[in-house]
Design a protein around this ligand. Structure first.
Ligand code: PRX
Length: 649
C-alpha cells in the first residue's frame, strides 16, 4: 500500500523550517477558531496605504453569498511587489530570465523591475488605460510580461492573461467576454527553438471577431521578425513607447476588494469563465502560502516552471514571490529543449534551491530514463513542489530520488484557479510526507468530504471535496456573470464551496485528491471542459454529434478521447480524423488536441436524450467489464457496437 509509505520530516529540514509540527497544529487551530485575529495579524505582512480595520466578512449562504476580506483597507499590489523592497533589496535579483536558448539569461534587480514597471504604467496611462479597464496580455514567458502585469496593477487596470498556446479563436472569445479594449502581445514567442506567431494570432483574432472592440495593441519585440503585420494607428511598439516614458509613476490606491486580475478557466459546461481575483486578500494569501509552503528564506533561488498564462504563474512566479522579496526564475522554454537534461542544467546554472513543477513534466522526464539528469548535480536543491494534477506515487518517488537526490521534501500542492493560492499541501517542517497525498490544509482552510447528497463524511472516507469557510485568496466572482459564480460553486452543496474534485481522507486526516468528479479534463495539468472540445467539434460541418471524455494517459495524466458521429452521407476516414484534430487545435489550441477519435454511429443516451458519459469513459479506459447499469439506455445495442469498434492505443 503506497499510503503506508511515509517520509518523516527530517531533522535538517525541521531545524531551518519556518513552522514545526507543534507550531503548525497551533497556528491551524487559531486560524479556524479565530480567523479575524489570525488573518488580522498576517494581513500585516503587506504594506497598506490605508490599514484595514475589518478582516473577514463572508457568508456561504446560497441566498446571501458574500466574500470580502480586509474590506476597508487600501493598498497597491505593485507597491508591495516592488517599491517596498527598494530600500532593503533594490539591487537584489527579482527575476532571473532563462531564455529558450540556453546561452541567453539575465538577472533583473528589484530596482530595474520597479523602473520598467513605472515606465510601462505611464505608457498605459498615456494610451488612455484607466483604473478598472481590462487589459488582455497574450505574451511569451519574458520579463516584459511581468512588467505588463505589474504595470496594470500599478494603475488599477485588470489584467487578463491569455496563455500563449491558445488559438486566435480562443483569444477572441476572451477579449470579447472581458470587453477588453487593449491587448499587449509580442511579435513572436520562442519555445523549444520554434517561433510562436503571437502578433499574427492577435491580428487573426481581432479580424474575425466583429465584437472585439480593441483600440490599441502594444507589441513587444522578442524575435525582431520584421515580417510581422502592422495596423497603423492601432499597433504600437513597446520599445518606442518606453523611450519617452518617465520612471515616476505614483501607484493607484486600491481598495482591498478592487479587482486585481481575471483569468479564464474551463468549467464543466459552457464557455470558459473569467475567474476574478481582488487585491488585498489575494496578495496576503499568495505571499503567505509562498513563504510557508516553500519554506522560503531570504536569499533562496526559487523556480516555478509554470506559465504566466495559468494561475500558478500569477501566484507563484509573480505575485507571491515578489511580495516576499524573493528571487524568482522565469523560464521561456520547455524542459526537453535542447534536450531532456535542460531542467537539471537550469537548476545547476542558477543554483536553484526550490523547484516547483508539474507531474506531467516529471513523467515525461521519467520516460527518458535517469540518464536525462546526467551531467547535472542539482546539489543546490533543497525543496521540490508539485502542482496541477494528482501525482502518482511512482512519479513522486522518481522526483524525490532522481531529481532531488533523495534529500528534498516534496510539497504536493492542491489548489485551483478559483482558490488563488494553495489550499492543501504539506508544510515541509511540519508534516510527514506520503507520496501521492497533498496531505493537510493550509492555515484557515477547512476541507471536508461530502457524499452526493451533501452529507458530511467523518473520519476515513472518500467523497466530494468541499471547503466549509472562506479564505482570503478565494475568487470573488465570474467576470460579468455573478449568478454563474453562485450556481457553479455554491449550489451543489448548500453552505459549502464545491471544488469539483473528489478526494479520500485517510486515518491520519491526510487528503488524497482523486481527480475531477465533473466534466472537466486535466490534460498535462491543463484544465479543459469536455463541453468546450465538443462544441469545437460540432462546429465542423461534417460532425453531427460529439462526446468527449478523459482516459488514463501515461504521461499526460489524462488523454482526450473523442466519439464522433458524422452527418449523414459523410464517410469516416483517417484523413478526416486528422482534419478534426487540426480543427480542434485551431478552435482552442494545441493543448486540446484529441488523442483518440472513435467513429460512433450512435452514442449511448438515456430515453430523455442525455449522453451517458459514464459508459463512454469506461469504454475509453478499456474497462468494458465495469459498465454498470445500461438498462436505462434508449438503445443498449449502441454500447456493444462502440466496444467492438473501440480504438486501439
Ligand atoms: O483537479 C484539481 C487539479 O487541477 C484542478 C485545478 O486546475 P487549475 O484551475 O487549472 O489550477 C491548476 C493549478 C493550481 C483541480 O481542481 N489539481 C491541481 N493541483 C493538484 C490537482 N490535483 C491533484 N493534486 C494536486 N496537487
Amino acid at each position: 500500500m503506497t499510503d503506508k509509505q511515509v517520509y518523516p520530516v527530517s531533522p535538517a529540514v525541521a531545524e531551518r523550517a519556518l513552522v514545526n509540527k507543534t507550531q503548525y497544529e497551533e497556528m491551524y487551530r487559531q486560524s479556524v477558531e479565530n480567523p479575524d485575529a489570525f488573518w488580522g495579524e498576517h494581513g500585516k505582512r503587506l504594506d497598506w496605504i490605508k490599514p484595514f480595520t475589518k478582516v473577514k466578512n463572508s457568508s456561504y449562504d446560497y441566498n446571501n453569498l458574500s466574500i470580502k476580506w480586509f474590506e476597508d483597507g487600501e493598498l497597491n499590489a505593485s507597491v508591495n511587489c516592488l517599491d517596498r523592497h527598494l530600500e532593503t533589496r533594490g539591487d537584489q535579483t527579482a527575476l532571473i530570465f532563462e531564455g529558450d536558448d540556453p546561452s541567453v539569461s539575465r538577472n533583473v534587480s528589484y530596482r530595474e523591475l520597479y523602473e520598467e514597471t513605472c515606465k510601462f504604467a505611464n505608457v498605459l496611462k498615456s494610451q488612455g488605460i484607466k483604473k478598472g479597464d481590462v487589459v488582455t496580455i497574450y505574451m511569451p514567458m519574458i520579463v516584459e510580461t511581468a512588467v505588463a502585469m505589474l504595470a496594470c496593477a500599478r494603475i488599477g487596470a485588470i489584467h487578463s492573461v491569455v496563455f500563449g498556446g491558445f488559438s486566435p479563436e480562443a483569444v477572441a472569445a476572451r477579449v470579447v467576454n472581458g470587453k477588453s479594449r487593449f491587448v499587449i502581445t509580442a511579435d513572436e514567442g520562442l519555445r523549444g527553438g520554434r517561433a510562436i506567431p503571437l502578433k499574427k494570432n492577435v491580428d487573426a483574432a481581432l479580424k474575425h471577431e466583429p465584437n472585439a472592440k480593441v483600440e490599441k495593441v502594444i507589441v513587444v519585440s522578442r524575435t525582431g521578425n520584421d515580417q510581422v503585420p502592422w495596423t497603423e494607428g492601432r499597433d504600437l511598439r513597446y520599445e518606442d513607447l518606453m523611450k519617452e516614458a518617465s520612471v515616476d509613476c505614483p501607484a493607484e490606491p486600491m481598495n482591498a476588494e478592487d479587482p486585481l486580475f481575471m483569468l479564464y478557466t474551463s468549467g464543466s459546461t459552457g464557455a470558459p469563465k473569467g475567474v476574478l481575483h481582488t487585491t488585498g486578500g489575494y496578495l496576503v494569501y499568495a505571499s503567505m502560502t509562498h513563504e510557508y509552503v516553500f519554506d522560503y528564506h531570504d536569499g533562496d533561488v526559487y523556480w516555478c516552471t509554470a506559465d504566466f498564462g495559468w494561475v500558478t504563474g500569477h501566484s507563484y512566479i509573480l505575485y507571491g514571490p515578489l511580495a516576499n522579496g524573493a528571487t524568482s526564475l522565469l523560464f521561456e522554454g520547455v524542459p526537453n529543449y535542447p534536450d531532456s537534461s535542460r531542467m537539471g542544467q537550469v537548476v545547476d546554472k542558477h543554483k536553484v534551491n526550490i523547484l516547483y513543477t508539474a507531474p506531467t513534466a516529471i513523467r515525461a522526464l521519467m520516460a527518458q530514463g535517469e540518464s536525462c539528469m546526467d551531467g547535472t548535480t542539482r546539489d543546490s536543491l533543497r525543496l521540490l513542489g508539485s502542482v496541477g494534477e494528482p501525482i502518482n506515487p511512482e512519479a513522486w518517488e522518481w522526483y524525490h530520488r532522481v531529481i532531488g537526490n533523495g534529500k528534498c521534501p516534496i510539497v504536493d500542492t492542491w489548489w485551483q484557479t478559483e482558490t488563488g493560492g494553495i489550499l492543501i499541501s504539506p508544510l515541509p517542517g511540519a508534516v510527514d510526507l506520503k507520496p501521492g497525498s497533498a496531505t493537510r490544509p493550509f492555515f484557515g482552510v477547512q476541507p471536508a468530504l461530502v457524499d452526493n447528497e451533501g452529507n458530511l463524511l467523518e473520519g476515513e472516507a472518500e467523497g466530494n471535496l468541499v471547503i466549509l469557510d472562506s479564505w482570503p485568496g478565494q475568487m470573488r466572482t465570474i467576470y460579468g456573470d455573478h449568478d454563474r459564480f453562485v450556481q457553479t460553486y455554491f449550489s451543489t452543496y448548500k453552505g459549502m464551496y464545491f471544488t469539483g474534485d473528489g478526494a479520500r481522507r485517510d486515518a491520519d486526516g491526510y487528503y488524497w485528491i482523486t481527480g475531477r468528479v465533473d466534466d472537466v479534463l486535466n490534460v498535462s495539468g491543463h484544465r479543459l471542459g469536455t463541453a468546450e472540445v465538443e462544441s469545437a467539434l460540432v462546429a465542423h460541418d461534417k460532425v453531427a454529434e460529439a462526446a468527449v471524455v478523459g482516459y488514463p494517459h501515461e504521461i499526460k495524466g489524462q488523454g482526450i478521447y473523442v466519439y464522433v458521429t458524422l452527418v449523414q452521407g459523410e464517410e469516416p476516414s483517417d484523413e478526416l480524423k486528422k482534419e478534426l484534430v487540426q480543427w480542434v487545435r485551431k478552435e482552442i489550441g494545441p493543448i486540446a488536441s484529441p488523442d483518440v477519435i472513435q467513429w460512433a454511429p450512435g452514442l449511448p443516451k438515456t430515453r430523455s436524450g442525455k449522453i451517458m458519459r459514464r459508459i463512454l469513459r469506461k469504454i475509453a479506459a478499456n474497462e468494458h467489464d465495469q459498465l454498470g447499469d445500461t438498462s436505462t439506455l434508449a438503445d443498449p445495442s449502441v454500447v456493444d457496437e462502440l466496444i467492438s469498434s473501440r480504438e486501439f492505443r
